[in-house]
Design a protein around this ligand. Structure first.
Ligand code: PLP
Ligand code: COI
Length: 341
């Protein structure tokens, strides 16, 4: 199979239309078989639930070319389960996690020419999503839904890749206590657009959101969870009911404990503790591990000891081990890698 002629090493994190996408429709209480299609256009009624009341959710995972030339994806079953949780919370029909994984495999197989080569630094981003497609005018769930998967080759989420970024503490909240912060609802991202644009206009790469009830504890950013490294080498990550349960973060906790013999703590992290950490990182599918060099909270500047030039030593070890597992250089725990081709 011949690869597409792209400048793989210089891709940004943006959409490129690929050959095939997966589409399944939910009608009369059941999902149809679903199929691959060339058609990238979605035609729905002007009164569709997604357009009126934002009834939509999505997932994000990646396919990688391994060192020995296979194409794999990383823990897609967990994305399938998380999408089930998102659907339940939004009164959408569940697309079963096992069918989700099959559809991911089918879609990637149909777009193998778009999977970036090993060593290029790029990956194939996989975006499963679901939306209410039939008309509603009173506030209620729609009767019909569409589940789709698109794929697109991507480079680093933050410009500069592994270069530390500067973020700010946001005056806006990302999620309400007992709200939808723990699911991947489109509405969580719509409301983050103003805070992120405002952050960018002021020169920050991302927002650090605090817990909305007390605004004293670290939650996450708009698109990634936090990991902190203490001066004595422990991994600390915030525990909260209103952050997205990141698959990357859950995997890193395991990698830290079982591959790197590190101690890990998942617990509340007061903002006042942040200046005492040695390294700070963002983790997620898109972000992988992105180092944070500085955190600005109005007049206060927290300069992370690992500095603004490179990723710190412990995050680097975590990054190398996680990406080593994803790219087939390091043996993966049972069930983490799904072979696609
Ligand atoms: N937090 C938010 C708000 C996200 O959008 C994402 C991205 O999916 C993450 C965290 C990281 O989650 P994961 O590691 O499962 O990609
Ligand atoms: C992902 O990491 O997959 C996400 O969905 C984050 C998004 C902000 C791109």
């Amino acid at each position: 199979m011949e690869k597409k002629n792209l400048d793989w090493a210089n891709l940004s994190f943006s959409y490129i239309k690929t050959d095939k996408r997966f589409v399944a429709n939910y009608k009369n209480g059941a999902w149809d078989e679903g199929q691959l299609t060339d058609d990238d256009k979605v035609v729905i009624t002007e009164c569709a639930g997604v357009l009126q009341y934002s009834q939509s959710c999505f997932e994000g995972l990646k396919a990688y070319t391994t060192e020995d030339g296979h194409v794999v994806c990383f823990r897609p079953d967990l994305n399938g389960q998380r999408m089930e949780d998102s659907c339940r919370r939004l009164e959408m029909p569940v697309f079963p996690a096992d069918r989700f994984v099959e559809a991911v495999v089918e879609t990637v197989r149909a777009n193998l020419a778009w999977v970036p080569p090993y060593g290029s630094g790029a990956t194939l981003y996989i975006r499963p999503y679901m939306f209410a497609s039939s008309a509603v005018i009173g506030v209620k769930p729609a009767d019909e839904y569409q589940f789709r998967i698109l794929v697109t080759p991507v480079g680093p989420y933050f410009k500069g890749g592994a270069k530390p970024i500067t973020i700010r503490v946001s005056d806006f909240d990302r999620a309400a206590p007992r709200g939808t912060g723990n699911i991947k609802a489109g509405l969580n991202y719509a409301m983050s657009l103003h805070p992120i644009m405002d952050a960018h206009r002021q020169g920050y790469a991302e927002n650090m959101y605090l817990d909305p009830a007390t605004r004293t504890k670290v939650e996450e950013t708009g698109g990634a969870n936090f990991i902190f490294i203490t001066k004595d080498g422990k991994l600390v990550t915030p525990k909260s009911d209103s952050i997205l349960p990141s698959i990357t973060r859950r995997s890193l906790l395991y990698v830290a404990q079982h591959y790197l013999n590190m101690e890990v703590e998942e617990r509340e992290v007061p903002l006042t503790e942040v200046p005492s950490f040695a390294e700070v990182g963002l983790c997620g599918t898109a972000a992988v591990i992105s180092p944070v060099g500085k955190i600005v909270n109005h007049d206060e500047e927290i300069c992370v000891p690992s500095g603004m030039d490179t990723m710190g030593p412990v995050l680097t070890k975590l990054y190398d081990t996680l990406t080593g597992i994803q790219m087939g250089r390091i043996e993966a725990p049972e069930g983490w890698i799904k072979r696609i081709a």
